[in-house]
Write a protein that binds this ligand. Sequence first.
Ligand SMILES: [Zn+2]
Ligand SMILES: [Zn+2]
Length: 971
Amino acid sequence: MFKPIEPKQNFPEMEEKTLKFWEREKIFEKSLKKTESQRPFVFYEGPPFANGKPGIHHILARAFKDIIARYKTMRGFYVERKAGWDTHGLPTEIEAEKRLGIKTKKDIERIGIEKFIKTCQRSVFLYKDEWEKITKRMGYWVDLENAYMTCSQDYIESVWWILKQIWERKLLYQDYKVVPYCPRCGTSLSSHEVAQGYKRVSETSVYVKFKVKSQSNTYILSWTTTPWTLPGNVALATGKNFDYVKIKVKSNKSEEYLILAKDRLKVVENDYKIVKRFKGKDLVGLEYEPLYSYVPLKGKKAYFVTEADFVSTEEGTGIVHIAPMYGEDDYNLGERVDLPKIHTVDEQGKFKKEVKPWAGEFVKDAEKDIIKNLEKRKLLYSTELYSHDYPFCWRCGAPLLYYAKLSWFIKVTAVRDQLIKNNEKINWVPSYIKEGRFGEWLREVKDWAISRERYWGTPIPIWKCEKCNNIKVIENLKELEEESKKKLSKNFDPHRPYIDKIKLKCECGSEMHRIPEVLDCWFDSGSMPFAEWHYPFENKDRVDSGKVYPADFISEAIDQTRGWFYTLLAISTLLKRGPSFLNVICLGLILDEKGQKMSKSKGNVVDPWNIINKYGIDSLRWYLYTVNQPGEYKRFREKDLQKVLRKFLLTLWNTYSFFVTYANANSWKGDIKYQISDLENILDKWIISELNLLMENVIEKLEILDVTGAGRDIEIFIDSLSNWYVRRSREKFRIGVKRDQNAAFSTLHYVLINLAKLLAPFIPFVSEEIYQNLTGEESVHLADYPKSDKKLIDEELNEKMVRVRQIVTEVLAERAARGIKVRQPLSKLKIRGGKIENELIKLIKDETNVKEIELEIDSKLNKTEYIKDSLDTQLTKELEIEGMVREIIRRVQEMRKKAKYSVKDVINMNYEVKDSQSKVRKVFDDYSKDLKRDLLVKNLVRGKSKDVDVEQEIDINGEKVWVGVKKIEKY
Ligand SMILES: [Zn+2]
Ligand SMILES: [Zn+2]
């Protein structure tokens, strides 16, 4: 006896029970134990930040990680799955600032770094429980107990070691460089961080007049989108081969002269007359009066025209205003022609005290006043609203400034070719990411600014001599002890401020201090292939021998192409270790149903818990796998999920439920099974053939990470199983000949068990339920993935069945077009073609409800087809009566269902037809034997009765019949 199926399955409840079972019986651990000595399949978990609640997009990534890991385990690989947590960096610091009610770096220094760090440490895992809860609930098997943490002592030590290797390759350097800088967070951002925060903005750009020295009423016209950089102006630049003009314009009463590029004359609003023409190089050296005099020149030359190759005549005036500290091009030009390099803006993005009118004001806020000031001084020519993409801090939303800072860089540009070569060895899903989004990023790669002037991060292990500027890079704690001649405690916390207290002795005799910066937290996460193992201080052999490196598989969302995917590859390349991952599924983002990004402020965020509690995680998983290709954007619609539940999961479940119900009713226990290879019935042979073909296809697709393709194949199979195999075999399960019935049960049993195994990586819960009940084995997740038996695949039969189903579809369509119900038998139809088995002809007959099929032999046709319009729709009296019998049976079957009778329950049935001449009454008389057999009726009695469970007036071909049914208690 199989465990009976509840009439209404509550999937979420069933999943919860399975979860408890897995945990109690340690099924995940057992699956690892089983494969321990097998070939490894290496998987890396991209560490999430646990200081925000997990969202539906995290479920997406975890679903894709889980399916591949489970699949490979069932294929006999050892798939170690170490969880990991990203802990360092600004998200945590911002959370700590909120908790402490502070806002700036000054505030942090005031309350003390130690207190701040302690708060960070506490808020790192604010939502760790939430994360663990949903990880477990969704059936994502990952080792949470031995998770790596980027803030652990071991992890940091490995990161130091990596940095030391890069230093020894001479690829670590410090430079004054204009970097994208967040004034609120007080730190520079790496280019991949900047790439994440662009927004479209409209700002006021200005056309400014720079008065030419010792020429009355003559101005050089320049244009800028960042008026706040104007107090820092020290030069103007032209393109040396461009054409420039001096024009005479009349404004109001006065007359003035403007100089600009000829191609940009369209920006001039007044009438003008060209009075002189030059080349850009002719203007070089021309001096002008400073707009402002807040930059101390310190003996350097400024306020003159120079030339530069970045000048264009695409927009503006063809003359670029130069503020070396606030633009990468500006800075490089400043280096070349030796301009003064002095900040007018402090590190909080506020004007310095020397810039008197706006001292202490945030530069973006001061722009209006600057424009007013220029206007008052008649140096403003015009303003123009300008729309462009501007970068904002991806963490705090503040506008970034391009700002010259001393930063530490990794010279990634030196290994660009190697990065590109390593990328060639990676299999990307979808494949276009490889040369597209990711490849482009690599071809244009910039040096990586790795230093952050912050607190909660891996301290950069660089000590600098205060006297001779000598530098020492430390690679581990032991070296630090030796160099500092200080014994560190076993639990020494290598974070700030403790690490900052350790001083080294320089060869020159002076003290060396650690530089204050911490590392970009993306360096942490990119180091995980090594740092999760505390390499090379532990597990050296495991990493070096390829047991845990490189990853055979990783999967995250597309935004990681410039995040984790990039830093993983950058670090392994810098270490000369090839690519650190070989296969990657790069997932599209999840949007709301209108195609908008989900965000708290829009209130369109989907809470995964609501979905899981309502539909169960298996429905959600299946939806994510099959709704579209993994790389495409997903517009999340609850309706689509309901469709998945109905069309896929419930179809599977109902087929399984059908099997269990009838197997129990017929006491089929599977003890005397029919040999699958000896099956005789054509439907049985066909479904076994299709199943084996499916097993072949699913493996083929999962091997190339085509999860969606594999899922869709299974969907088609389940539809065939339910809507063809079971539908056409139904009678056999109910009341078949013993031998046929055993074959049918054996077939469906075999199919369902193998289907459960095929589906185990996709929908681990429902497949577990089915497998356990049908086999009595401990868990489907300890089974091997099913392999097809080629001998059981009969391609010819599969093809024939496709034709049969095609013919049926065409005939049914014709019936529908003529308004004849399927229950009404018809006499004849014609088909044409070569050889076709009688069994197949019978299938067509049964399904189309036609008495006779005429086969027109045409040996030239290699497949059978329906002859259009050959359906004989003439109704004889016999056919009409038979139709009525079928209709009565169908309606009473519905009543049996309504009365909740089991398939074995025997009933008594009363009926009453008022008109004694009625056709229906004759049907009841003449066909009582058929009705009693098909409806399990003991006594069929004419006349109404009050003693019934369910009564109903039914309509049979326009005649009203009263029917009552009652279950016989003891039979
Ligand atoms: Zn910021
Ligand atoms: Zn020194």
